[in-house]
Design a protein around this ligand. Structure first.
Ligand code: CA
Length: 725
């Protein structure tokens, strides 16, 4: 048994009962006051989901089947939000990115954390009822392109479902956290991961996966929610055409591919956005980028490469294909279309239309007819530079030819970069204002083809040279490098226009919640949780989070009073923020607010008043410049994802700062970790299969050079400080 009933949750009611002479005794399984179902019942049904008539609960990560993240609750409003205070909080015991939206049903708040762990809290007291750890082999972290995150649970018929970073789908008892069933949904010999939220449709659990930076083939699978038996699977890209196609439409799709794309899987992973429309009985899924990114390598000779970067409508009963819309034909920049998908009824001047909406990485906001897939609108929501516009007759983007580094062979700066103008961070739609609230990250990146493409069995296979175009940024007229600015955009999907924007002081995206109180709620990377007016973006209230926030909030009723919950914690701490959580380096926590809440976040664990000193002690650099240069390229290709660009593990990095590593002094120990995987259980796999002979030592030499640069910088700072004393 991997779930643990928390002694606190058991002990507190017993203690209260002992202290009170006439404490009411509650029979096992009885409903708590104000609840129709017993606490922990997780009694989510099709009727309950479709009716969407109880604003006091938050039944799915996206709140409802529409995934609009709009709450009809209005107790907390633009006129009284200033009275919000912290009701309770609970420390989270992991220090990676926390991306889940709390699901709240039948008196319990369920969330997931990094490493696919699940936690359940009593919404009244904040007491942890249970927690579940799927015990992920930490070496699996190397297969996660973008941290070992998880975006939340699904609740259904007494059970809580979670997809794990190692590709399992697990059903837990909603009341106890014990495992009901468990299913491996992926080939464990391939670098598949799951970070997305399971969706429950007609008694089936639907789950996709990720891994398109590596070498996998995308698909989505439906399992029987009660037994875990597979019901159907839909592949987003064709496999080897010498074999029978699993689905009839893949024969057509295969005509849009060239070469031997299936050998690296082709990509097209369905790792995040999905929505189900019960009226049309249609499931919408978003598909990811191609593998490798570079289309000239992936599909030499071109082709649209269906169904990469597409919104696809499926029959949820069979997985049968209904229609698709491809946002980025012949994708070559990592422009996934697996961002959140939302269903809405929009009131056009010509009448009401049921639509699906998505703002994928590529920077266009798409509105499609939910029934037919007809393109209704495709407008830029950020200053992208890969296409001028979408031709509404053909539905295709009109590309800017120079952006296609794969065709021209010339390195080029393109906006957005691979992280997109919008990534997974949830958007929200208020039917009351008519606006979609979208977290926008205006970024760019230099794209260049590789000198030579070699399959990497352990790492990324993007077919691009990340350093190849970096000199472009020093040329006259070049844009600022990388992250330009981030903001919350209020977007009118009918007019296809920006209404207003709220700029972030610190770059970074955070998920959104909209409510009927004329409010939107969002965290930020400065360390705040903020309420803004939904109709004009005015900042009305904020509370410190002591952590960066990337997840989206949810809202619900506790004994009739509206509460707002947000899971905080992302890579690194906000600037100037001290650590206050003894079990999480980035102060990961669940924070729950209500009017008049008086709970306080803790003070810093320790106050540092030590004088400035040199903290780094690398060995002398003995390698020559050629070796260091080779090591720099090797570092970029294999290490930078986790250990930071330029070997600086700043706030954004997953792994430790190698410049401080004791292994720099011991080449055998270094090779043991880098090549042999001696630290696999700490999340550092061996890279023997992907490094050339001597490359590990070259990477060490490069890190030693960078460490000595840092030592010189620190020595200068200490000298300046003592001179000023
Ligand atoms: Ca990708």
């Amino acid at each position: 048994m991997r779930a643990y009933l928390m002694s606190l949750a058991v002990a507190v009611p017993a203690l209260l009962a002992a202290c009170s002479n006439n404490a009411p005794t509650q029979p096992e399984g009885a409903a708590a006051p104000g609840l129709a179902n017993p606490v922990g019942a997780a009694a989510v049904t099709a009727e309950r989901l479709i009716a969407d008539s109880d604003p006091g609960v938050w039944l799915t990560a996206g709140r409802n089947y529409h995934e609009d993240r709009f709450s009809p609750l209005d107790q907390i409003s633009d006129s009284n939000v200033k009275n919000l205070g912290l009701a309770w909080y609970s420390d989270i015991d992991t220090e990676r990115g926390q991306e889940s939206t709390p699901v709240v049903v039948d008196g319990v708040l369920y969330l997931t954390t990094a490493w696919s762990m699940v936690k359940a809290y009593d919404i009244t007291s904040g007491a942890k009822i249970w927690e579940y750890d799927p015990k992920i082999d930490r070496a699996k972290g190397a297969d996660a392109c973008c941290d070992v995150v998880n975006r939340g649970v699904a609740a259904w018929n007494g059970k809580i479902y979670v997809g794990t970073i190692d590709g399992r789908l697990i059903a837990l008892n909603g009341r106890t956290g014990s495992v009901v069933w468990e299913k491996q949904t992926t080939d464990t010999s391939l670098p598949y991961t799951i970070t997305g939220v399971p969706r429950i449709v007609k008694g089936k659990v639907v789950i996709g996966n990720g891994g398109a930076e590596y070498r996998v083939r995308g698909y989505v699978t439906a399992y029987d929610a009660e037994t875990g038996e597979q019901v159907w699977r839909w592949y987003s890209v064709p496999g080897d055409p010498a074999q029978p196609f699993e689905q009839p439409e893949l024969a057509e799709a295969a005509k849009t591919w060239n070469g031997e794309w299936w050998k690296l899987g082709g990509g097209g992973t369905i790792w995040d956005g999905m929505a189900y429309d019960p009226e049309l009985d249609t499931l919408y899924v978003g598909t990811g980028n191609g593998t490798p990114w570079n289309q000239a390598i992936r599909s030499p000779g071109g082709g649209d490469n269906l169904y990469l970067s597409s919104i696809v409508a499926l029959d949820p009963n069979t997985g049968g294909y209904k229609w698709h819309y491809q946002t980025t034909p012949a994708e070559t920049w990592d422009y996934t279309a697996t961002q959140p998908i939302m269903i809405a009824d929009l009131n056009y001047p010509t009448g009401k239309r049921r639509v699906v909406m998505q703002a994928p990485k590529n920077g266009f906001f798409y509105v499609l007819d939910a029934k037919t897939g007809e393109l209704l609108s495709a407008e830029k929501f950020a200053p992208l530079t890969w296409a001028t516009h979408v031709d509404m007759k053909t539905g295709r983007p009109v590309e800017i030819p120079s952006a296609r580094f794969d065709k021209t062979g010339i390195p080029v700066i393109v906006a957005p970069g691979a992280l997109g103008m919008h990534n997974w961070h949830p958007m929200a739609f208020s039917p009351e204002t008519g606006y979609v609230y979208l977290p926008v990250t205006h970024s760019n990146a230099a794209y260049a083809g590789p000198k030579e493409f070699k399959v990497n069995l352990q790492g990324w296979n993007t077919g691009t040279d990340f350093a190849g175009g970096s000199s472009l940024y020093s040329q006259p007229g070049a844009p600022p490098r990388g992250n330009v600015e981030s903001y919350i955009l209020a977007y009118d999907p009918i007019a296809g226009k920006e209404v207003f924007r709220i700029k972030n002081d610190v770059y970074g995206a955070s998920g959104l919640l909209a409510t009927s109180g004329n409010l939107i709620f969002s965290g930020n990377h400065k360390g705040e949780f903020v309420a803004y007016r939904a109709d004009n973006g005015e900042k009305l209230w904020s509370a410190p989070t002591q952590a960066r926030v990337v997840a989206a909030a949810s809202t619900f009723l506790v004994n009739g009073q509206q509460h707002v919950a947000i899971l905080v914690g992302a890579r690194g701490l906000p600037e100037g923020q001290a650590r206050t959580n003894p079990v999480s380096g980035n102060n990961s926590r669940i924070l729950v607010f209500k009017a008049g809440g008086t709970a306080k976040l803790p003070e810093a664990l320790e106050k540092s008043s030590e004088p400035l000193k040199v903290t780094i002690d690398p060995p002398l650099l003995t390698a020559n410049n050629e070796t260091v240069a080779e090591g720099e390229q090797g570092f970029r290709n294999n290490c930078a994802t986790c250990h930071g660009g330029q070997a600086v593990a700043a706030a954004g990095s997953i792994g430790p700062d190698l410049r401080y590593s004791a292994l720099l002094r011991d080449v055998a120990a270094w090779n043991g970790a880098v090549l042999e995987g001696n630290r696999a259980q700490r999340g550092m796999p061996g890279f023997k299969a992907s490094l050339r002979p001597g490359e590990s030592e070259a990477i060490q030499a490069y890190v030693i050079r960078e460490a000595n640069s840092e030592k010189a910088r620190q020595e200068a700072a200490v000298a300046a400080a003592s001179a000023g004393r």
